[in-house]
Design a protein around this ligand. Structure first.
Ligand code: ATP
Ligand code: MG
Length: 249
């Protein structure tokens, strides 16, 4: 469909007898930043796996127009590959070899250049030759973002990418993701448990419940946003999630 990056219609996903997604509909426009909230077990990661093409055992329709990249909550870096090789692992440049593979050798400067460019976007160029175990949690998460970006995605799927980070590092990551999004303009679907994160970053906030999109809010405040923006939406989203907001109760 023209003008749509993600088009999902009547998507149903069953695990045995249990339908986790039940006739879910969703559209995401090119360049749109969408945050997906929902209780634990509501099916958020399941939806992301379908959109990433990692789960095709579904009924209904789910199409993505263009290249998809995923960054998970755990960075999932291969410990036996240096940082730059993790960034380009499995990447196939036009007419080229698998630039992340070891057999290509350390003289693979083209692959390294691509990796270093992506790493510099997340301010980690100086860690290109480091081993993953020497990175902090936030640094590993930034490598994971670089690995997603290097694929120049039309759709960037982020599954709680900042969940394991401390509050200050999270704030820095919010600014980084906003900055990367504004420069590259992929469509983004960000799964998060953090309502404030959703309100700071997204154009639209969705709440997944009972297997479908149960609530939807458009956010109109200009960026960069303050926590005090969209305070009305905050209370409503917390209500949708069954949480009482101490600030407004
Ligand atoms: N491979 C699987 N086999 C059986 N059940 C599964 C499988 N994967 C997920 N489920 C179930 O589907 C439901 C939705 O899981 P999912 O991981 O999508 O939830 P989620 O919304 O991402 O939760 P969280 O916020 O805790 O990450 C859960 O009840 C889970 O147990
Ligand atoms: Mg999940």
């Amino acid at each position: 469909m023209a003008g749509v990056t993600v088009s999902v219609r009547g998507l149903t996903k069953r695990f045995g007898e249990r339908a986790v997604l039940r006739g879910l509909d969703l559209e995401i426009a090119p360049g749109e930043f969408v945050a997906l909230l929902g209780r634990s077990g509501s099916g958020k990661s399941t939806l992301l796996k379908v959109l990433a093409g990692l789960d095709t055992d579904v009924t209904g329709e789910a199409t993505v127009d263009g290249q998809v990249s995923v960054a998970f909550q755990q960075p999932r870096l291969l410990p036996w590959r240096r940082v730059w090789r993790n960034v380009v692992l499995g990447l196939h440049p036009a007419g080229g070899k698998n630039v992340g593979n070891k057999h290509v050798g350390d003289t693979n400067t083209a692959g390294r250049d691509v990796a270093v460019k992506a790493l510099s976007e997340v301010r980690l160029a100086d860690h290109a030759d480091a081993w993953p175990r020497t990175l902090s949690g936030g640094e590993a998460q930034r490598v994971s973002l670089a690995r997603a970006l290097v694929r120049e995605p039309d759709l960037l799927l982020l599954d709680e990418p900042f969940g394991a980070l401390d509050a200050l590092t999270r704030l820095a990551m919010h600014r980084l993701v906003e900055d990367l999004w504004q420069r590259h303009r992929p469509s983004v679907l960000l799964v998060t448990h953090d309502v404030d994160e959703a309100l700071l970053l997204a154009d639209r906030v969705l709440v997944l419940d009972e297997g479908h999109i149960a609530a939807e809010y458009r956010l109109t405040h200009a960026r960069p946003r303050q926590l005090s923006d969209h305070i009305d939406v905050r209370a409503r989203v917390l209500g949708d999630l069954g949480v009482t907001d101490r600030a407004t109760a």
